[in-house]
Design a protein around this ligand. Sequence first.
Ligand code: NAD
Length: 312
Amino acid sequence: MKILITGGAGFIGSNFVHHLCENDDYEIVVLDKLTYAGDLENLNGIRDKIEFVKGAIEDEELVSHLMRDCDMVVNFAAETHVDRSIEDPGVFVKTDVIGTYNLLENVRKYDVERYLQISTDEVYGSIESGSFTEESNLDPSSPYSASKAGGDLLVGAYWKTYDTPVITTRSSNNFGPRQYPEKLIPLFILNAMQNKSLPVYGDGKNVRDWIYVMDNCKGIETALLKGKLGEVYNIGGGNEKNNLEITRLILELLDKPESLITFVEDRLGHDRRYSLDSAKVMKLGWKPEYSFEDALKETVKWYKENYSRYLE
Ligand code: NAD
């Protein structure tokens, strides 16, 4: 079974590759542009088990060459940081929309059995109460989530138009090892370790549903192997917490004072709350295994052990 994993040197992608390498069922090719967020060190310990190719998913010739003999494709490659998308949306459209289009064209051209699009709960927008199901409307708020929604809509259209064998997963906020420290949890862990301030947006009450990255990886594998073609699967951790709660937990685990917290001007278009209904993927036999508190402890431990990688 030959599987192409795009964005496999990034946070979730590399954890997924580590997970797949735990058994010998797969011949793995990783395609990654190695942007600021991608790092070959994320693949330490498994480099001899995989083939790594540096390149972009929007590169027509390269993708065509790589996909020719692949059985499955999982697309993690994306520009992923909301703040960067507000500063410079162009590269988000190029990677998250055009890149997805290029992958889909090649799935269509070759005999690829399954293409899995990795997406996000952010495509649904904000929700005051209740949870989004896979039937909910897409209502993205940022150039990041709009670009992801654009990719998702292309995936759905290729299924309806060409019967392209696609599946989409939309997960909630991931945390865990190997995440580039611009996102809240790794940034705050590393800042706190250096006694730097932890900049919390607005009033800190924005709620996210947090999922440990290994739980998401297992959910992705479940959807890939057992999911029905053409379907979307939400993968949520069931841990709704606001940013201030997370910040306080991190300070507690590192034994640092709350005086490190500073409140900064809110992000433009900042969604108030995300929440996912994951009943559909649970029917395939998946459920989250890690408790939030244990997973956060593990994550803090990992950043302590790998601290030197992230020093400026
Ligand atoms: P990340 O930013 O850590 O990694 C993205 C990877 O993609 C990097 O290795 C980068 O080098 C690579 N990449 C970027 N542009 C590329 C291109 N044009 N061609 C090839 N490679 C390219 O992201 P992540 O947090 O691991 O997210 C992976 C996927 O999961 C994304 O599609 C994201 O939208 C989705 N997602 C993330 C979260 C989260 O909380 N991190 C939640 C839900 C969904």
